[in-house]
Design a protein around this ligand. Sequence first.
Ligand SMILES: Cc1cc2nc3c(=O)[nH]c(=O)nc-3n(C[C@H](O)[C@H](O)[C@H](O)COP(=O)(O)O)c2cc1C
Length: 209
Amino acid sequence: MDLIQDLNWRYATKSYSNNKVSEEKLDFILEATNLSASSCGLQPYRIFAIENVELKAKLGNNSFNRQIAQSSHLLVFAAFNSVTTQHVQNLVKLTAEKQDVTVESLTGLFTTMDMYFKSRSNEENKLWAERQTYIALGTALIASANAKVDATPMEGFDSQLFDELLDLKGKDLHSIVILSLGYREEANDYLANASKVRIPVEEMVTKIA
Ligand SMILES: Cc1cc2nc3c(=O)[nH]c(=O)nc-3n(C[C@H](O)[C@H](O)[C@H](O)COP(=O)(O)O)c2cc1C
């Protein structure tokens, strides 16, 4: 049940100290995040892990979230703008490699997936990609708590500014949500010792036997 302890320990940190997250812990969080489930396994998003102080300051310029500039590292989760045949081809090729089968044996899988994404509007595929991105955010939050690294998920940021400064348009991506990483500065954080606010599990969950 250590995981429950980790999840009770974590909170949306409002103030960070100057302590840096080690490369080892950062890589642990990123590796865990890359193991997130995604629909069809397509992983239709990319993550930018920013340590650069000047860039974090610029990104935090228009935001009420001080954590953007204060963080040790800032993870930016960016979703694909569209789902293309190339994305599906890449997945099929990778699957063949990893599972030691031929690409030809995966023709059925390729055709089904390719037809599926083509049957939907670009807007539907874009929203689908954004939903997958939030699953990765959840994994990153859990992994951070497990590594005893403080983290804040944030939607309060200037996505246009992020897209521009990270040249996301040029990569066919758009920023969705961000996660600051670092270490809490308890003295300046009114939430550091606050109790968790959650409805009872019984209210959240309906068990159907
Ligand atoms: C998608 C998402 C966006 C959020 N945006 C912000 C934000 O912009 N700034 C902030 O301080 N907290 C933000 N939060 C943190 C929530 O307010 C916080 O998770 C919630 O109040 C529950 O508290 P806890 O995480 O400390 O348990 C966000 C959380 C999520 C999941």
